[in-house]
Design a protein around this ligand. Structure first.
Ligand SMILES: Nc1ncnc2c1ncn2[C@@H]1O[C@H](COP(=O)(O)OP(=O)(O)OP(=O)(O)O)[C@@H](O)[C@H]1O
Ligand SMILES: [Mg+2]
Length: 1033
């Protein structure tokens, strides 16, 4: 779990914060493991301070460390968060304390008080202001209440202006103790208040240490007062002009804006109910103190003092409303009543100065008290429940401690006593209420010190008073001696004379040492008598009693003059007021805020160990803790405890049905608590040691993880299942829709199919009719399917004559298509033919014309390509070529020539030129037949290669017809026919060919079919040619 560092809206319980204890420490010191160790205590403070966690509890006591910076933890949101919640459910805060007191007051109808203590600058006043603001914002309100709220809030700036000053320790140090009752009506609305003030540090009016200032109001008036006002008061706008403001040599403070503070104070005065006249009179007094300070004395020869500054007297007379001469007289003389007669004796310089200062102090001090009363009058309300706020000085130890420190420390002794009594009492009450046997707590009871100071006759104050009242030469030193004589043997007091050697070294001769509960303090007795006497000469009192100033007449009562009894000494007054305060506090239920100052430099983020250790000691925090821890470290209502830890025990998880006490008992037994570790009261469990709680808390942390993963897995399972179910139901819906669609489509298809079949059958029945609605579908279909079939079965080549049979309706169209297609194929084929192939085909065409169906070996020749020539250049004798001259050779082929006589076979070459056919034997040109002379060519119809070139008999150059045989008869004769243009001159003969042999003789060639080719002279003198039979014809 995350630890919330003041983040909005995050509630953290006390226990959960323990999980972050390593980092930010524990938020209640009672949970410190080593509760007696000061180091552990300070370490815890430090951890928290570093994390800006300035608040920590010791049980119900709040320890606050001044952060010296704005922490954003006092917003309205924060106030709301603390309102009405259980103290321990939220992180420690001054608002938690405020709210707790408020609720106790309302629910238990018991008056409350919040005691704020700590040394100067630790943040007491700030804390008290925060508390007041908390009530002002969060409590119910009405119109009348608004005024009271305002007055309560506005009393602060007024009292701070008159009672606070800049000191070395604090720029806004309260120089008086303050106890304020806030009164609430039965509805819980703040309806009034009452302030008690204690021991104002009057000496500051006339003297300030270096670096310190007088009370703020003087500077505010001088800086902020209107010109008019200053003129009336006879003041200049320059603090350096005033003797009472220059002692500390520190008129300006960077953190203070006197001018704007003046405005705030002026406004506050009117809110509180000051009339203009009252303000005027109040300011007259303040101004008159400044003028008093500027009164200068001169010394006569006789040593008597006289006033050298008459203007001051003039102003004073006007401002104080007294007779100037009388005042002047009073400031230089004292009146002694001896034997019923008034005797005036002049004062010397020193006496006159101290008389003047005494008057200033008295005037200021009494005015301050008047101011408090005035505020009280404006706040008064009776019959109400109250919450008291005590903002009082904490334990003080300086290098030199005087009467003031003595009083202050005495006050703290009293408060410590009250604390012990009340804490122990409340512990005891709680144990009793819970039915747990009380175990005695070991602690130091400081009653013995209180008695030493305040006891009648024997106490230090009594001894001091005695010395003050005693006739004769009483002095501070005689007081010290009297102390030694009277209480010298007391265990908590020692003096330089009585001390052992070691102590004597650290004590002055004029010092006595008190062993306070919080430590030892040496007091220097110098000034004790004077301060205790706090004397104002009678004639000065008389002057003041004559004043016209209404405030002063209230401050200086004439009855005082008549009272011959000596006034009570300061110490006794203080003792009495403290006794009253104790009574007040005792009648209330207290809460404590203990303030600590982290460093002397007023710096944020600096944690000065030594300084803090010192304060922890003087605030008695370790003592606080010891008392609180004497019994049990931790206690909680059964319900809260069970609620938090029930998951750690199977019987109590997830809920416990029986009594809460039994549930807690079952739980702690399961957790293995030992009997000495805890006790069960009526409504609460008490745990003795923090470690027991921490172990439980750690177990819870582990358990939380497993619970978290269990929750996670269940959640994951659940969410996956839900997702799956959703998916499945979606799938089912989609499926159903899709099935529906499919079924619709199928039905549609079936309907269509049935329709189609029906139309088909009808169409088939009417197929021979003219086109009509009944058969148009069928006819279209038939046409369509024929065309589609045709597309698939078109002939692949020009030779392919196949063609699908067309239905009756398409016969004509089919025929036209076939023709078109054929034409197209032929056209395509022709387009693809190259010139050589064309030439080849042309020759083949010629061959076909001549031989097709006429000669037996023609079919075999068809697939064989015709060659350009059968003899190349090298195979023909060059001489032959030479003799042919320019005639171009068109074709040459080896042939066999049969002699005319004897038909002897001779190898020859037949050459065809453009003009003639030539028969060549080697190099000899044997016979030349011009194409023009070629009468015809004969050839048999059989498969032989014999042919006859007929020449005219009358040509003498020719020796007769030539009988030749070619192995490529079809090719050779086609070439001859083309070259000689004798296509029609080729005769294909059956049986025999007759040819001329020259000289009128004839020869005959007989052709017969046989098994193989045989050419020979037959017995009848004919040339017999047997040609093999070929099956192809
Ligand atoms: N809770 C706080 N948040 C921020 N700043 C703070 C807080 N408490 C105190 N301070 C600072 O510390 C200064 C001194 O505080 P404060 O006047 O309350 O001290 P104090 O204890 O009343 O001293 P003294 O005994 O001198 O009156 C304040 O003026 C303020 O600047
Ligand atoms: Mg203060």
């Amino acid at each position: 779990m995350r630890y919330a560092v003041g983040s909005d809206g995050v509630r953290i319980s006390m226990e959960s914060a323990l999980t972050a204890r390593d980092r930010v420490g524990v938020q209640d010191f009672v949970l410190l493991e080593n509760h007696t160790s000061e180091a552990a205590f300070i370490e815890n403070l430090r951890k928290r301070f570093k994390e800006n966690l300035i608040y920590t509890y010791i049980g119900s006591v709040l320890v606050s460390v001044n952060p010296y910076k704005d922490l954003e933890i006092y917003t309205k949101n924060h106030m709301e968060r603390y309102r009405g919640v259980n103290f321990y459910e939220v992180s420690p805060h001054v608002y938690a304390v405020s709210d707790n007191s408020y609720r106790s007051m309302r629910t238990e109808r018991k008056d409350q008080c919040i005691l704020i203590s700590g040394e100067s600058g630790a943040g007491k006043t700030e804390a008290s202001k925060k508390i007041l603001q908390y009530y002002a914002v969060t409590c119910p309100a009405s119109d009348q209440v608004e005024t009271v709220k305002d007055r309560l809030l506005q009393s602060n700036p007024v009292l701070e202006a008159f009672g606070n000053a800049k000191t070395l320790r604090n720029d806004n140090s309260s120089r008086f103790g303050k106890y304020m009752d806030i009164q609430f009506d039965f509805k819980g609305a703040p309806v009034g208040g009452h302030i008690l003030n204690y021991l104002l540090e009057k000496s500051r009016v006339v003297h300030q240490n270096h670096g310190e200032r007088n009370f703020h109001i003087f500077y505010q008036l001088i800086e902020g007062g209107e010109e008019d006002l200053l003129r009336r008061l006879g003041l200049e706008r320059n603090p350096q002009q005033y003797q009472y403001l220059v002692k500390g040599n520190c008129p300006k403070v960077s953190s203070i804006n006197d001018r704007s503070d003046w405005k705030v104070v002026r406004k506050a005065l009117s809110v509180i109910g000051f009339s203009e006249d009252e303000v005027e009179e109040l300011l007259n007094i303040i101004a008159s103190v400044l003028h008093l300070g500027n009164i200068q004395y001169g010394g006569e020869d006789s040593g008597n003092a006289y006033i050298t500054t008459d203007t001051q007297i003039k102003y004073l007379a006007r401002l104080l409303g007294v007779d100037g001469l009388v005042l002047k007289e009073a400031l230089t003389h004292k009146t002694i009543i001896a034997k019923g007669e008034e005797l005036k004796s002049p004062l010397n310089l020193e006496q006159a100065s101290s008389a003047r200062d005494a008057l200033s102090k008295a005037v200021y001090g009494r005015t301050f008290t008047w101011l408090v009363n005035k505020i009280n009058v404006s706040l008064t309300y009776k019959n109400a429940s109250v919450i008291g706020l005590l903002d009082i000085y904490g334990f003080e130890v300086f290098q030199h401690n005087s009467f003031e420190q003595f009083c202050i420390n005495y006050c703290n002794e009293k408060l410590q006593q009250l604390f012990i009594e009340l804490t122990l009492k409340s512990e005891q009450d709680e144990y009793e209420a819970e039915g747990i046997t009380w175990e005695p707590v070991q602690y130091f009871n400081n009653k013995i010190i209180c008695d030493l100071v305040e006891e009648k006759f024997k106490g230090i104050i009594s001894i001091l008073d005695e010395e003050c009242l005693r006739p004769g030469d009483a002095s501070d030193i005689t007081f010290l001696e009297k102390l030694e004589n009277t209480v010298g043997g007391h265990a908590h007091l020692t003096t330089h004379k009585l001390a052992d050697g070691k102590t004597r070294k650290v004590m002055g001769r004029e010092e006595f040492r008190l062993l306070h509960y919080a430590g030892e303090v040496n007091y220097n007795v110098n000034g004790f008598l004077d301060k205790n006497n706090d004397l104002l000469f009678r004639n000065l009192k008389e002057v003041m009693c004559m004043s016209d100033n209404k405030i002063l007449t209230q401050c200086f009562d004439r009855a005082e003059l008549k009272d011959s009894k000596r006034p009570e000494t300061a110490a006794t007054q203080f003792k009495t007021s403290l006794a009253k305060l104790m009574e007040i506090l005792m009648s209330k239920e207290p809460s404590y805020v203990r303030c600590i100052k982290p460093n002397d430099a007023k710096q944020a983020g600096r944690f000065d160990d030594v300084l803090i250790r010192h304060q922890v000691k003087y605030l008695g925090l370790m003592e606080n803790l010891r008392v609180r821890r004497a019994g049990f470290a931790y206690r909680r209502h059964y319900e809260t405890f069970l609620q938090r830890y029930k998951s750690l025990c199977p019987e109590t998880w997830p809920s416990w049905q029986g009594k809460l006490a039994d549930g807690v008992s079952t739980l702690v037994k399961h957790l293995g608590y030992k009997p000495e570790e805890y006790k069960l009261g009526r409504s609460k469990i008490f745990i003795r040691f923090p470690k027991t709680l921490f172990a439980t808390e750690d177990a819870l942390e582990t358990r939380k993880h497993s619970l978290a993963s269990k929750l996670q897995s269940s959640w994951k399972g659940y969410s996956q299942k839900t997702k799956y179910r959703k998916l499945r139901s979606s799938a089912v819906v989609v499926q159903a829709w899709w099935r529906g669609i499919l079924a619709c489509r199928r039905a549609q298809r079936k309907r269509q199919a049935a329709n189609t079949i029906r139309r088909f059958i009808k169409g088939f029945i009417y197929r021979h009719n003219e086109r009509c609605p009944e058969n148009e579908y069928f006819l279209d279909y038939v046409r369509y399917s024929f065309l589609m079939k045709l597309r698939r079965n078109l002939p692949k080549s020009v030779l392919d004559k196949s063609w699908p049979t067309a239905p009756t309706a398409l016969i004509e169209a089919s025929e036209q298509l076939r023709k078109l297609y054929m034409q197209n194929m032929v056209w395509g084929y022709c387009k693809r033919i190259n010139p050589e192939w064309k030439h080849q085909l042309e020759q083949k065409m010629v061959a076909s014309e001549i031989f097709k169906n006429k000669k037996d070996n023609y079919p075999q020749s068809v697939p064989k390509l015709f060659m350009g020539t059968r003899l190349n250049g090298e195979e023909i004798n060059p001489k032959v070529l030479q003799s042919l001259g320019s005639e171009t050779m068109k074709y040459a082929v080896p042939v066999t020539k049969y002699d005319r006589k004897g038909y002897k076979a001779r190898p020859r070459q037949l050459l065809l030129t453009s003009n003639c056919a030539v028969i060549v034997e080697e190099a000899k040109l044997k016979q030349r037949i011009d194409y023009a002379a070629l009468k015809g060519i004969s050839v048999s119809s059989l498969s032989d290669g014999v042919f006859v070139l007929h020449v005219p008999t009358e040509d003498k150059k020719q020796k007769g017809d030539v009988v030749l045989q070619s192995d490529h008869i079809i090719e050779t004769l086609t070439k001859v026919a083309i070259c000689a243009d004798k296509v029609n001159s080729i005769n294909i003969n059956q049986g025999s060919i007759t040819f001329t042999m020259g000289q009128g003789k004839e020869g005959i060639i007989d052709f017969t079919s046989g098994s193989e080719l045989l050419v020979a002279k037959a017995k009848n003198g004919h040339l017999s040619v047997t040609a093999p039979r070929l099956n192809s014809r």
